[in-house]
Design a protein around this ligand. Structure first.
Ligand code: AMP
Ligand code: ZN
Length: 473
């Protein structure tokens, strides 16, 4: 790239056309929303049976980055993220046990208690990662049972559903173009699924409503087909219809959702509405460890709280995600995270030392060209580092509107240098112990007063699944 003119230029140059890779066409396309200035976006959210790990967190940072890009491009964004607290079975193909019920049984606690706890942890993680969660509409599946039943009923009335012993199923052979997302191979080796449920008419048919039968369930509802619970795919579509309408601009999720979950969403939505459901499908690739997908079932999970325990900034994880393209798999190592943490600190220092001035249009032109090219965040970071010595504060602040790393003061860096309890002044140790006692006794008022006392002494407390963590404010 040639030399930039680094004179400060007050005028903002026009932004290039935004282009994204649409899983539906397999091509990079120009982004054109349904209405000129508003974007409706839905991001598949967590199943709250267990804590979200560093693989799960990638899609939310990706969705937040996308939202930031859209806002810089001057769109208003209406964003919905679901919280799955019922119906997601241990196999995406409608077999196995409901993950929430299984977790409740294992932990000998109620499914809703677990859901609440896991949701709180997850929301805390979103905060740590600089995600603008105050802008998101969160929807819990169990709050939309009525809408899910209504949608299943509409499908039944239109002849797209049939009832068998264990529930109401969607007949995929009735929907022309089933499996169009990601080129699902319909002739593939799916016989196993038929064997598991011989009553299904076609191997890819999926449950809209499952009946409890003789199984003892904690979460179940009455329906026209009997007592049971909604299918996981139905949930996303019912919530989209209710909160965003029958056609939306963007739908995101991890690549594991393409073949079954999202193809099923398309089928049930378009069968009812007769219109295109989603215009742009965007999917993030996996985070791996030693080449294997990070997943609870493989037991190779790493959590954000572990990063914090090691004294790393949670935003180092965001930085590290940004060093890879969202459509590339990334392999997690502690060395990579430590490198990201150092780079983040250097970036913060560079910002503090950068001269004042108005934003540098020539540099930003190249920067936005990389953003517009399907969110090429690695290129964006490379550009910043290449020219760091010449960039002023205003320009760096513009880049951080996309990065969301907080170095330009959009929000204070959430860096927590965790202090061991034994290293705390005695008075603080005592207050901390009293606060824990109050918390255990669910005397939250007292706990809050004690927190305020601790904070007045110059410490910050953060409650994590492993207990409170304390750092210097
Ligand atoms: P879940 O809570 O299992 O429904 O997953 C939440 C989100 O994380 C979904 O969008 C998944 O596609 C995504 N996901 C799960 N594992 C990984 C991984 N190892 N890397 C990236 N994304 C993942
Ligand atoms: Zn979904």
């Amino acid at each position: 790239m040639g030399l930039f003119s680094f004179s400060s230029q007050p005028t903002k140059s026009p932004l290039p056309k935004l282009r994204v890779r649409n899983t539906l066409s397999g091509e990079i396309e120009e982004f054109k929303p349904l209405s000129p200035r508003e974007v409706k976006m839905y991001n598949c959210g967590p199943t709250v049976y267990d804590r979200q790990h560093i693989g799960n967190l990638r899609p939310y940072v990706f969705a937040d980055t996308l939202r930031r890009v859209l806002e810089v491009w001057d769109y208003r964004v209406k964003q919905v993220v679901n919280i799955t607290d019922v119906g997601h079975l241990t196999s995406d193909a409608d077999e196995g046990e409901d993950k929430m019920e299984a977790s409740a049984r294992k932990q000998k606690r109620s499914a809703q208690e677990i859901a609440r706890e896991v949701t709180e942890w997850w929301l805390g993680d979103l905060d740590e990662l600089g995600i603008h969660r105050e802008k998101i509409i969160f929807t819990r599946a169990t709050d939309y049972i009525e809408e899910q039943i209504a949608l299943a009923k509409a499908l039944e009335e239109k002849g797209y559903a049939y009832k068998i012993k264990d529930g109401l199923y969607f007949d995929t052979s009735r929907f022309r173009g089933y499996g169009k997302l990601g080129g699902l191979n319909l002739d593939g080796p799916k016989e196993a699924r038929v064997k598991e449920n011989p009553e299904k008419k076609n191997p890819h048919d999926f449950a809209l409503w499952k009946l409890s039968g003789r199984k003892k369930r904690e979460q179940e509802w009455d329906s026209p087909w009997g007592v049971g619970f909604p299918g996981w795919h139905l949930e996303c579509t019912a919530m989209i219809f209710k909160e965003l309408g029958r056609q939306i601009d963007i739908h995101t999720g991890g690549v594991d959702h393409v073949s079954i979950h999202h193809n099923n969403e398309i089928a049930q939505a378009e069968a009812v509405s007769g219109r295109q459901y989603v215009r742009y499908w965007l999917h993030n690739e996996f985070i791996t460890i030693e080449g294997k997908k990070v997943s609870k079932s493989l037991g190779n999970t790493v959590y954000l709280s572990q990063l914090i325990d090691r004294g790393l900034s949670p935003l180092a994880l965001r930085y590290w995600y940004l060093t890879g393209h969202y459509r590339s798999p990334m392999n997690f190592t502690w060395e990579a995270l430590e490198g990201a943490d150092q780079a983040l600190t250097r970036l913060g220092r560079a910002y503090l030392e950068a001269p004042e001035g108005t934003s540098q249009a020539e540099f930003l032109k190249h920067f936005y060209a990389a953003v517009a090219n399907d969110l090429d965040t690695p290129k964006c970071l490379a550009l910043v580092w290449e020219h760091i010595k010449k960039l002023n504060k205003a320009t760096l602040a513009e880049t951080d509107k996309i990065f969301g790393l907080g170095f330009a003061g959009e929000r204070p860096s959430a860096k927590l240098a965790i202090i061991k309890e034994s290293e705390l002044p005695e008075g603080v140790q005592k207050l901390l112990a009293e606060r824990e006692e109050a918390r255990v006794a669910k005397d939250f008022e007292k706990a809050d007063t004690l927190r305020a006392e601790i904070e007045a002494l110059g410490f910050v407390i953060k409650d994590t699944p492993e207990g409170p963590k304390i750092s210097k404010s």
